[in-house]
Design a protein. Sequence first.
Lengths: 137, 116
Amino acid sequence: MNYQYNIGCSLSNLKGIREFVRTSLKDQHVPEIEMSAIVLALDEMCSNLMIHAHHCNPDHMLELHIVIPATGKFIFEIVDDGSLFDINEFHEPDLGNLVHQKRKGGLGIRLVKAIMDNVEYLKRDEKNVCRLTKIIK
Amino acid sequence: MVHIKRLQEDGADIISVIGEIDASSSIELDLAIAKSVGEGFKKILVDCSALEYISSAGLGVFMSYIEELRDKNIPMVLFGMKEKVANTFSILGLADLLHIAATRPEAKKLADELSV
C-alpha cells in the first residue's frame, strides 16, 4: 500500500507531516518506540529540506511517499525540486563541539542516520528523491 | 504547538513544557530558559511530564545552554520524561551531557546536590 502527502515548506506544517506518518503506519503493528523514532526522522528530514533547500517558502512543495511493504522494509520518500541537500555529505558534528560552540543545529542528521537503516538520493522526473529505508522485524 | 508554564518553588524555577517541540516551536523553550537565567534563578527544573514530542531543534536548545549554565553554576535538571521522549535523548547519547531525573523530588534532590 502507498500513501502520499503534499505539503508546503512552512515549519508550521511539520505537525501535519508527523500526523501523516503516524496515520499511515497505524495498522502496521509498528512498536510505539519505533513509530516515534520514524516520525522523528521524517520530521528532521523535512525540516532540513524546508530550511536549507527551500528557505521556508510555503509556496514550495514537498511530496511525501510511504510504501508499506509485505516484508517489513518500509520506504519513505521525500520528493522536491529544490537544491539537493544530501545529509550523507555532512559530517556528523561531535557532541562536545556542539556544546562548546553553543550550536542549536546539527543534531538532526545524527538522529536520522541513527534511526534509519539507509538514506539514499536519486533523481526521478527531474526531481530529487530522498529515500529513507527502515526495516521493522 | 507547545505551551510553557513557569512556577517558582524553593528557589528553583520550574519550567513545564506541554505539547510538542519541533523546529517551529523550539524558540518558546529557548525564551523560557533565557528568562529563567536572566531573572537570576540558581536552579532550573524542566518538567517534561506533558512533553509529547521533541525534535533535534528542542534538543539543540538544551545543548546550547549546557556551557553557560555550567559557567554560572546553575544546575538544570529535566524530569518526568515519557519513554518515547526519553528515547530521543538516548539515541543521541544526551543523557550523559544533561541532568535527567525520573521524578520532581529526584530532580530537586539532584539540583540541590549539583548546586553545592
